[in-house]
Design a protein around this ligand. Sequence first.
Ligand SMILES: [Fe+2]
Length: 255
Amino acid sequence: MINKKNMFTNLRKQFLNRMFIHQHYFEICHKFFLKKDIKDLFENGYSVYNKKFPLENIDLNKYLNYSDYDFVVDRKKIENVDLKKIYTALIDLGVISMIKNYLGKKIYVYDNSILTLGNKNSYSESMQPHHDSKYRRVKIYIWLNDKNLKTHPLYYLKRTHKQIKLWHKYDETRFPNLDQKKFDAIYGEKGSIIFFDTHGIHSHFKTTNVPRSVMELSFESFGFLNRLNKRNIKNEINRLNLIDLDEIIFLGNKN
Ligand SMILES: [Fe+2]
């Protein structure tokens, strides 16, 4: 007998995947006048912005101060006073409007952390190739270190953001057998702004032990075909402490 719940979950996921029609629609509409950085995001699933983030205006030392790096990953929430400065800078740089060109007009942002990789290796969880199981979503990494090929890059498997994916459980979102050589290894410079669609397959085993840090912000679109929609937005606002970028309401992080 067909399990009705599974059937419903499958149908819902396939329906949600139709949001990729949006992606193609946006891509075709913008094809002729898009700048290179957003074209890359549409076509490959990631891009490096043509301008650097003005890091000198924000005091990040408090997030980067470690007595040791004996860990794989550590995250520190960015304080609201700094978040305001960061979003103001991102608006001025045109980053927010670029994300809106990609995701649609209504977007929310969350995560808002400084992500530091320590000196330990890892072959599990977020250090396995995976997609984020959130459908259309863009993460930006603002690189906080000088370029160093001995640090762990952002690995990205080009064009996988356009694939329709189905999954039932966590294991089905991980792809530990994919060859690392097939991935692009993206290393930022200090202030580089790297965009990537987290529906594409990204990340790979961490085999380097030189620490590095990025500012990490996640942007997600809102609408009836999207994961975030009218039905769940109240719960998600509480769960993720979303910032509504249409009105620039700084709900911010729970510090
Ligand atoms: Fe991820």
